[in-house]
Design a protein around this ligand. Sequence first.
Ligand SMILES: NC(=O)c1ccc[n+]([C@@H]2O[C@H](COP(=O)([O-])OP(=O)(O)OC[C@H]3O[C@@H](n4cnc5c(N)ncnc54)[C@H](OP(=O)(O)O)[C@@H]3O)[C@@H](O)[C@H]2O)c1
Length: 259
Amino acid sequence: MKKILVTGANGQLGTTLKKLSPTTSDHWIFSTKSELDITNSNSIKIFFTENEFDICINCAAYTKVEDAEKETEKASEINVEAVQKLVSACNEKQCSLIHISTDYVFDGTKGTPYTEEDPTAPLNQYGKSKLLGELQIQQNSNSFYIIRTSWLYSKTLGSNFYSAILKKAQNGDSLTVVNDQMGTPTDVANLAAFILKIIDKEPAIGLYHFSDEKIMTWYDLAVQILKEHELTNPIAPSSTEKGGAVRPKYSPLISIKKF
Ligand SMILES: NC(=O)c1ccc[n+]([C@@H]2O[C@H](COP(=O)([O-])OP(=O)(O)OC[C@H]3O[C@@H](n4cnc5c(N)ncnc54)[C@H](OP(=O)(O)O)[C@@H]3O)[C@@H](O)[C@H]2O)c1
């Protein structure tokens, strides 16, 4: 039976893993920010001394893409320095680290979907901090999986693109949605299932891309959500607002590392 620690358990991915994790085959410990603040070395030390983990799934992250432009130090503290602290704790205890990264490590100029072998060039501070977190792991971790994913949404949790569009539509509002960025939206439940597969199959350590692999814009996704719920609100495409964090125009992810 593997003992698994999940950090950032109150977030979108952490909550979904909690729902989907098998309680029979493995022993899972879900820690929220108030229980385990990954920026706090002492807190990490206590957690890793009191428990023996085989795997740590880091779902904790600074994820506010716009705010990261101004809060660069805070983004770095959580997405880079804290990741290094987790790497050290994991190495010391021979625990594997599963870490989540983003399509925003790419600049969006490739024109075809990004694979694990493509060069990175983040455009915004969030993407830069996530890439530096990846590099910390690749350079220092003894056993790791970095899973890059994109445009996460949940059909069941609040406060994400899916729920926001649905709420507006069910209120009878007309919708205007950005149509000049292309990506591969990913249901967080599918990402959680992929993480469970990694834990089960133990493929070669390293970097993996995971997305739902259907290329679309945010506008396309909104249209799909309306269709799924048989809603007929007026919906119009729009362009990305100028100013703020620069986002890649085209950042679909595919994987060439099937297992
Ligand atoms: N959402 C996306 O579209 C997307 C796309 C690509 C990749 N990703 C990556 O996927 C992963 C999961 O994303 P998500 O959507 O589940 O993010 P999320 O919903 O924002 O969850 C992140 C969680 O981390 C917690 N956290 C922040 N600072 C922490 C700290 N110092 N110690 C412990 N916990 C801390 C947050 O708590 P508070 O809310 O209390 O701060 C929150 O519960 C992240 O690595 C993210 O970068 C996300």
